[in-house]
Design a binder for this molecule. Sequence first.
Ligand SMILES: [Zn+2]
Ligand SMILES: [Zn+2]
Length: 227
Amino acid sequence: MLDLKFLGRGAAFYPVEGNTNAYFEAGGDLFFLDFGESAFEKVYRRFDLTRYGRVYVLLTHLHADHAGSLASLMSYTHCVLKIQVTVVHPVDTVVRMLALQGIAPDFYRYQPALDEDCPVSARPVEVPHAQDMRAFGYVISGEGETVYFSGDSAILPDEVAREYLAGKIARLYHDTASHESAGHCCYRRLAERIPPEKRAGVNCMHLDGDYAGMLREMGFSVVEPER
Ligand SMILES: [Zn+2]
Ligand SMILES: [Zn+2]
């Protein structure tokens, strides 16, 4: 089972819930999904990063609530722990971002995709979010199942919705906003696509306010970060 755990579930302007960043372990490796401004402190406190075969960070996009403390992680792992973290993002804009923050290319490994021999695969799905930045969700397969992590996305992509409703994707982890906008997925859009009997497998995240109770009443699940 791909057991995603969450460091937070908040939107960029709702920091009381932390950043919507997740992680899971597979085959002795550790995988972070995004690494926002509040992630480094939590990871520093909770993880021994040296006990994993490899540590990966899969990035959905470069907004600060998704990549804001990545540079601190890269400095720390290179200079203090002496390990090399692998950063995965379909486009190499992250390399420029890190270079401007003083992170040399040899501090880490950049790859557009996971290694072939990795215990999981992550298929990027480009999603609409910001006009000036590309953003991706990931269809992640491993440990005998497939899940989808949206990052920030205005929509649930048709192909992902079809695969979920057909049972090929076990769970969705999806941006669920309280209101309509061009950048995030309002809960009403999810409700239009997902009938009530299928909503328990939709794990809402990136909340911009206090409406988790309403989402549960509608039949959705809501991610619960570890405190
Ligand atoms: Zn965000
Ligand atoms: Zn964003």
